[in-house]
Design a protein around this ligand. Structure first.
Ligand SMILES: NC(=O)C1=CN([C@@H]2O[C@H](COP(=O)(O)OP(=O)(O)OC[C@H]3O[C@@H](n4cnc5c(N)ncnc54)[C@H](OP(=O)(O)O)[C@@H]3O)[C@@H](O)[C@H]2O)C=CC1
Length: 287
């Protein structure tokens, strides 16, 4: 696998339980203004990124979608189907209609015609809201508004609850915080059991641990940077990984990870850095 170009790394795809696939490395769009999202998406597409992770909460679905459309019209060899766009439901609701409308609004706002992956952003709201919201997402898939459905920040209990409800549409991913400083073994095991791929958010631990001694020693050994070790760790674990940067140089640096492979022993050393670090929120134990 070593010695792959940036374009090759960005063309890697992960297979999903529903027979579809998605890019393994996608650009995270959290904490980007609309203007930043527009420019970052453009730079990323130029570099070869084909997947983007937005959300209703990020208030940049419109600008990210428009940037994708601009790129597609300037590059007619690429089609809408070559791009993977994710959004997420801001709030679960016990009202089916509220959620259906909210999904339609995201589709319209993005301007992309459909959304590739739509997630419940968190398990908040209780069991009834989770299952009702899921039903609305399933129907949006059946209606073609959304191609695939998944969840985010679901803990073991929430995954088991959803799977026990016999969902019509299989949740293809659970997007959770995962990096060497928070390895989330219990949730990963549960997802694996049910054929749910992990999407690793905050794969760079939001730049909070770049000075960690073990990480720096590893970067020196492999002749790369600390963020590159973190992205490489994430893909070697088989996650779909979502590093965010709104700087052109960094969003290219972060995916230039095809020239080295972390040894099994070093992967285990990195796994051992787990300290349960939460960089933003942790709704995985919500009631
Ligand atoms: N479902 C959920 O609840 C959540 C989902 N997410 C998703 O995951 C994505 C990634 O997570 P996020 O929280 O953004 O954190 P990341 O772990 O991706 O870290 C992003 C931070 O690292 C900095 N950074 C990026 N690359 C470099 C580099 N090469 N050198 C130095 N600093 C760098 C960025 O700054 P700069 O931009 O200035 O480069 C930014 O401050 C989000 O954007 C979002 O799509 C994130 C949190 C919660």
């Amino acid at each position: 696998m070593a010695d792959q170009s940036i374009a090759e790394m960005l063309s890697r795809r992960v297979k999903l339980a529903n027979g579809m696939s998605m890019p393994q490395i996608q650009l995270g769009l959290y904490m980007m203004s609309g203007r930043e999202a527009a420019s970052s998406v453009k730079w990323a597409l130029e570099a070869g990124y084909r997947g983007f992770d937005s959300a209703q909460w990020y208030h940049n679905e419109r600008e990210a979608g428009q940037s994708i459309l601009n790129f597609l019209s300037a590059n007619p060899s690429l089609k809408r189907e070559d791009i993977h766009f994710t959004s997420k439901l801001r709030d679960n609701s016990t009202s089916y209609d509220v959620v259906r409308k909210s999904i339609k609004k995201s589709v319209d706002t993005s301007g992309l015609g459909y959304i590739d992956l739509f997630l419940l952003h968190s398990p908040y709201g209780g069991r009834e809201a989770r299952l009702t919201s899921w039903k609305a997402v399933e129907d949006a898939v059946e209606a073609g508004e959304v191609k695939m459905a998944g969840v985010s920040n679901f803990g073991v209990k929430h995954i088991e609850e959803l799977m026990a409800s016999n969902p019509k549409v299989h949740p293809v991913v659970n997007q959770i915080e995962v990096h060497p400083f928070n390895t989330q073994l219990a949730i990963r095991e549960t997802c694996e059991k049910h054929g749910i791929v992990i999407q690793a958010y905050a794969p760079l631990a939001r730049a909070m641990r770049f000075k960690n001694k073990t990480l720096l020693a590893m970067a020196k050994k492999y002749g790369c940077t600390a963020p590159q070790i973190m992205v490489r760790w994430s893909i070697q674990h088989g996650f779909v990984t979502l590093p965010k940067s709104s700087q052109q140089k960094r969003l290219i640096e972060n995916v230039d990870v095809g020239k080295f492979e972390i040894s099994q022993e070093d992967m285990e050393t990195l796994d051992g850095l787990d300290e349960g670090l939460v960089t933003d929120w942790d709704p995985t134990d919500a009631p």
